[in-house]
Design a protein around this ligand. Structure first.
Ligand SMILES: Nc1ncnc2c1ncn2[C@@H]1O[C@H](COP(=O)(O)OP(=O)(O)OP(=O)(O)O)[C@@H](O)[C@H]1O
Ligand SMILES: Cc1cn([C@H]2C[C@H](O)[C@@H](COP(=O)(O)O)O2)c(=O)[nH]c1=O
Length: 188
């Protein structure tokens, strides 16, 4: 049985998840004694950051959609057991930039693998561990991409290059896919 509190941020690239996560962290730290952990997916720990590098490498244009989905899931599993679950067991508040909803939206809908298949694959990794609350930053995909491409310091990754070609229709599909599986604990 986990203790602590697990919250996640979701939304398209450039929607402001990292910015909001840092602000949330600062506000909570002002008000609470509880220890806070700010982390991200894919990544957050050494093994998962290495998996992130493999996924986002611009030279990996041959990557199969299911391979990509499995890599996100493997990264999630390791991050969960090595960082998130121990923090929750120690009664900490964990704020995570992306979690399983990203896989449902990007791999399930975006890559057309299917929500049920991606959910099933992720169950093997997360075994019913879900956030108590998810904040969805509802920013149009085009606005998010304008922001990130305006930031010359941000390294452009394989997925950014792909999405530069995404039409506004593709963006709307991603947003509506997030909304389609939002649960009662989600602040979308
Ligand atoms: N409310 C906002 N209005 C305008 N620009 C913003 C806002 N919030 C964040 N930004 C800017 O947009 C860019 C992306 O923000 P941020 O990194 O927080 O988004 P993100 O959702 O975490 O992106 P990514 O998915 O690429 O990690 C940054 O340059 C940031 O300064
Ligand atoms: C967790 C997760 C992420 N993605 C995608 C979304 C982004 O394009 C990249 C990197 O994430 P960032 O927050 O923008 O730095 O990975 C995904 O497709 N599936 C996932 O499960």
């Amino acid at each position: 049985m986990t203790k602590g509190f697990f919250m996640t941020l979701e939304g398209p690239e450039g929607s402001g998840k990292t910015t909001v996560a840092q602000q949330l962290m600062a506000k909570l730290a002002e008000r609470l004694e509880t220890e806070l952990v700010l982390t991200r997916e894919p990544g957050g720990i050494e093994i998962s950051e290495k998996i992130r590098d493999v996924i986002l490498d611009v030279s990996h244009t041959m990557m199969d959609a299911k391979t990509e989905a499995l890599l996100y899931t493997a990264s999630r599993r390791q991050h969960l057991v090595e960082k998130v679950l121990p923090a929750l067991a120690a009664n900490k508040i964990v704020i995570c930039d992306r979690f399983v909803d990203s896989s449902l939206a990007y791999q399930g809908y975006g890559r057309k693998i299917g929500i049920d298949s991606v959910w099933e694959m992720n169950q093997f990794a997360i075994a019913d561990v879900m956030p108590q609350i998810t904040f969805y930053l509802d920013v149009p995909i085009e606005v998010g991409f304008e922001r990130i491409f305006a930031n010359k310091e941000r390294e452009v990754n394989r997925l950014d290059l792909e999405k530069k070609r995404i039409s506004s229709n593709g963006g709307r599909r991603l947003s509506s896919s997030y909304l389609s599986f939002s649960g009662t604990n989600c602040c979308y």
